[in-house]
Design a protein around this ligand. Structure first.
Ligand code: SAM
Length: 251
């Protein structure tokens, strides 16, 4: 059965994301830092499961000549993204596609792209699909190119789960205070870490860090790395051509 978020789930996520997801804005900045192009270079990128378009927007702001193809399965999300990305005109192209569909990336845009990214959407694929997605991302990328993913990562042991629950909950509390000045949102969302691990939704199928890195390596990526991690969320990816180091040193 094809699974995707319904519009209510999408709306709920938008309301809570900055409180519940650890260091969300910093996560986006890290993705931007890993783009293998200079600030004034032209390149095309795909944002898989773009949601309301926040990550797409951050990349478009940093790279004024970049062109985005942002895609999501939920109409509620693509409609929010259309509003957020309207000021970018032709630089932001939106579409509605299902990550489980065959030839998913090619249905978003034909031809090769320089960068593929995703925030918190790839864990909706089971591991066999992730493997296929990472391979199709490798084929879809030009060289230089890169695939960088923010996602929930499955702990390798019960101890890892315990640790994630403790520190994720603490992060929700801190962000509630920092962003709203009180613990109201923390009280509302503090059960999420326990629920995520103890009563997982059918659509949540994160892979372990090691499996994600293995799938990327097997797909052909170079410089495969786990760039950041906090209480069960990771940023990982790989390159087609290793030009990013030279680009970053130049900036
Ligand atoms: C946790 S949200 C993340 C949204 C956005 N990337 C962000 O970080 O703000 C997960 C997104 O994946 C999308 N999604 C869920 N199932 C999907 C599917 N089968 N195909 C494509 N997108 C899907 C949801 O609609 C939602 O926008």
């Amino acid at each position: 059965m094809v699974q995707q978020w319904d519009d209510t789930e999408a709306k709920d996520f938008v309301a809570m994301a900055d409180i519940v997801i650890p260091d969300r804005r910093e996560q986006f900045e890290i993705v931007v830092d890993l783009v293998p192009f200079g600030r004034d270079e032209e390149f095309v990128f795909i944002d898989i499961g773009c949601g309301e378009g926040l990550l797409t927007k951050v990349i478009l702001d940093r790279f004024p000549k970049a062109i985005a193809h942002a895609s999501d399965a939920a109409a509620e999300m693509t409609s929010k993204a259309a509003t957020l990305l309207a000021p970018y005109g032709e630089r932001a192209k939106l579409s509605q596609h299902n990550i489980h569909d065959r030839d998913y990336l090619n249905s978003i845009v034909t031809g090769q792209v320089g960068f593929i990214t995703s925030s918190l959407a790839v864990h909706h694929c089971h591991d066999t699909e992730k493997k296929a997605l990472y391979k199709s991302a490798f084929d879809k990328l030009s060289s230089p190119g890169a695939f960088v993913i923010i996602d929930a990562v499955k702990p390798a042991s019960k101890w890892g789960i315990k640790l994630n629950k403790k520190y994720w909950r603490r992060s929700i509390q801190q962000q509630s205070i920092e962003l709203t000045g009180n613990e109201e949102q923390y009280q509302q969302y503090k059960q999420i870490p326990a629920t995520f691990y103890d009563e997982p939704q059918e659509e949540d199928k994160p892979a372990t860090a090691i499996n994600n890195l293995r799938f990327l390596t097997e797909a052909g990526f170079k410089g495969v790395d786990y760039f950041w991690h906090k209480c069960g969320f990771g940023i990982f990816g790989g390159y087609k051509g290793l030009r990013h180091i030279a680009v970053l040193e130049k900036e």
